[in-house]
Design a protein around this ligand. Sequence first.
Ligand SMILES: Nc1ncnc2c1ncn2[C@@H]1O[C@H](COP(=O)(O)OP(=O)(O)OP(=O)(O)O)[C@@H](O)[C@H]1O
Ligand SMILES: [Mg+2]
Length: 328
Amino acid sequence: MSEQTVEAPSSPVDFYNAAVEDPSPASAMVSTSAVSSADLADDPARPDPALGPTGRPRPHLPAPQPRTRQSDAVIIALCNQKGGVGKTTTAINLGACLAEFGRKVLLVDFDPQASLTIGLGFNPNDLDPTIYHVMMQRGVEFNDAVIETDIPGLHLIPSNIDFAGAEMQLMNEVAREQVLARALAPAAASYDVILVDCQPSLGLLTVNALAAAAGVIIPLECEYFALRGVALLHGTIEKVQDRLNPDLQIIGLLGTMYDGRTLHSREVLSTLVQGWGDSVFHTVIRRTVKFSEATVAGEPLSSYASGSAGADAYRELAKEVLARCPDA
Ligand SMILES: Nc1ncnc2c1ncn2[C@@H]1O[C@H](COP(=O)(O)OP(=O)(O)OP(=O)(O)O)[C@@H](O)[C@H]1O
Ligand SMILES: [Mg+2]
């Protein structure tokens, strides 16, 4: 590993611009001393139980209380234009854990790949209406498309390949960036949290999700190339804040597929915290084949392997999300 020390950036954007301008992995690395706290937390030889994998003291978050407010659902978009970073896995498992904590949760499959629909055990080809019809066809309401999952309190608006044509069709719509926001508005009174699982792109559909949402969660794989895409996504979020949705917040960045045994994973996480500070969730999702197994079984990990470390990690994430979104 390089011993090179990178000067602290003045802002997350500078930080990522620097990483993008110099694509050498060394530009995303920090000195050994800078990652020492993460090392301590994750090196089995030198454990420090007070520090989490992000190198910060772990917060103690009590079990969430039942929701008492009657406010509208908090809409959260799961976004990252990079593919395969854990957006859908997070939608399924965060949604299931929020439901475990008593929240009424609506998952919106906003991707024609329909991984969220499949991951909850449904065959997308059998489903009609879907999110496509809710958005694009007059007279189709959100609750025409809602299906109940096997998890109490967890509902789904599915997707399928029909949705692939939506982006082109939206081009000709009036107020084309706000079609999802309008379609979901009537659902807000029936749920506590609505999670929108975006496709891996920064196109018009993702802009629709950002325009509808109160907040964004950015899952990213703990590897170097993950850092490069975040600046681009941040730019899109800022444009949506300026032009469409001034209330949009970044709820947090979530490190996924973390492997604390590798220096690379620890360095990427440490670098992320250096650039984004407390925007990075304390919870980190470790790499485990259990997530793929649960997908094949069509279940969230909290029901497929309720006592597993992965299920517990998503429970911790659910607590953090509820702490960061007091209205949820
Ligand atoms: N923590 C993890 N450990 C191991 N495998 C994981 C983990 N999280 C997700 N996976 C697996 O990685 C693959 C991609 O995950 P997922 O579908 O959630 O990513 P995505 O960001 O939604 O992808 P896309 O951009 O294609 O929609 C899946 O096979 C999933 O089971
Ligand atoms: Mg996905």
